[in-house]
Design a protein around this ligand. Structure first.
Ligand code: SF4
Length: 394
């Protein structure tokens, strides 16, 4: 009998086409929050957009601090005061208390994290409220509460420690904090899991099954059989009580629609096309892709690896396309290609474009603070507890 990836990992092998934008033009209704921009959103064809963004930023001076996630468009990155991954950006914002407005060019959960980590006097602005994250949206507070009830009924909640990826909503981070767990990033997932297994016998890993599985199996010597996938759309997660009791790692059935798109065929194909190529992928990729790659690491790891690479070396990179294209431009002495033949932007990251940035900045100049992201105090308290546990990891 042939076992499919869906049976093994609970992943639909066909990524949702709407979740991926060709050239950033379409939309992912599952990730959008359907909010319109009050006032006039400048037309993308306005020839003065760059000048308008410059003028608005200059008028705001130190009152505004613009954060640009690595996966943002070039036209937006050009105006970022700092670039980085979500956690680095949230910390950078916290280190700038004089900035009244933090304009977060990224997605919703990142802006929430920035609000949690910045001072009360600072306001976090997301230029387009439709910039959600399909992975973060795969775990809702209600679903996770039901899962915890299932673990309680199975008699294992007391020995299970939640570990949530940074790419999760503030509600999920708060759930994690409330139940004694920690947040992790793709750089420190192994340390977070090692800590969690010192506190309990099992881990509930949210919401990215791939990062959880890859870290447990590739980095910590677990077997695939030690892991089960909890499907929030099925009663009891689609698992028997015995399966829950036997598992060491309970993975939430969530994934990134960008990184989940790469397949073993993508790896085999690029190796055939470019002899001697080094395949470097993000740990949000599927397990068989990570197993077939030469190197695996976070966005920051990928950037550093390419900085350190020999001139003339060849690289196929499995992460978001805006970043890969910028890296290829920054290293003309190396051959850097995207791992897949098809283009693959993050649709929701691409929602933030220059018109939205201009609209947000000009609104601030006019004294209107648009699209403020706020996390309520109770949620913030527990989410911060989980983030603080991560910061205290050895
Ligand atoms: S790249 Fe994946 S995890 Fe990151 S924002 Fe887009 S959908 Fe979410």
């Amino acid at each position: 009998m042939t076992t499919t990836i869906t049976e093994t990992y609970g992943v639909d092998p066909t990524p949702t086409p709407l979740a991926l934008l060709l050239l950033g033009r379409e939309a992912d209704p599952n990730s959008e929050r359907g909010v319109e921009c009050p006032g006039d959103l400048p037309a993308a064809s306005d020839p003065d957009l760059v000048e308008r963004a410059r003028a608005a930023k200059a008028a705001l001076g130190d009152r505004v601090f613009i954060l640009g996630h690595h996966y943002q468009r070039d036209e937006v990155i050009e105006f970022a005061d700092v670039t980085g991954d979500s956690f680095k950006l949230a910390r950078d914002a916290a280190a700038r208390p004089e900035a009244e407005y933090i304009v977060f060019c990224g997605v919703h959960f990142m802006a929430e994290s920035a609000d949690i980590l910045t001072g009360d006097a600072q306001q976090v602005v997301l230029p387009d409220l439709a910039a959600g994250c399909s992975m973060a949206d795969m775990a809702t507070a209600e679903q996770v509460a039901e899962c915890w009830d299932a673990l309680t009924d199975a008699g294992i909640a007391d020995v299970t420690v939640p570990v949530s990826y940074m790419n999760s909503s503030a509600d999920i981070k708060a759930f994690t904090g409330r139940h004694g767990g920690t947040i992790c990033t793709s750089s420190n997932a192994q340390r977070a899991l090692e800590w969690a297994y010192e506190q309990g016998e099992k881990v509930l890993f949210l919401p990215d099954q791939h990062l959880g599985r890859n870290t447990a199996v590739r980095d910590m010597g677990f077997s695939l059989d030690d892991c089960v996938v909890y499907n929030p759309h099925k009663p009891n997660g689609g698992l028997t009580v015995e399966q829950l009791r036997d598992a060491r790692m309970i993975l939430w059935r969530g994934h990134c629609s960008v990184h989940g798109r790469f397949t073993l065929d993508s790896v085999n194909d690029v190796r055939e096309r470019i002899p001697g190529v080094n395949v470097l992928v993000h740990p949000e990729c599927r397990h068989e892709v990570v197993a077939a790659a030469d190197m695996v690491g976070s966005t920051e790891y990928i950037i550093k690896a390419l900085d350190a690479a020999e001139p003339g070396s060849k690289w196929a990179i499995g992460t978001e396309l805006n970043l890969v294209r910028r890296l290829a431009k920054a290293h003309p002495d190396k051959e850097i290609v995207f791992l897949d033949r098809a283009v693959c932007f993050c649709s929701t990251m691409n929602r933030i474009d220059l018109p939205h940035l201009v609209w947000a900045l000009e609104s601030l100049v006019e004294g209107r603070v648009p699209n403020v992201i706020t996390v309520d105090p109770e949620t913030e308290k527990y989410a911060k507890a989980a983030l603080d546990r991560m910061l205290a990891l050895p």
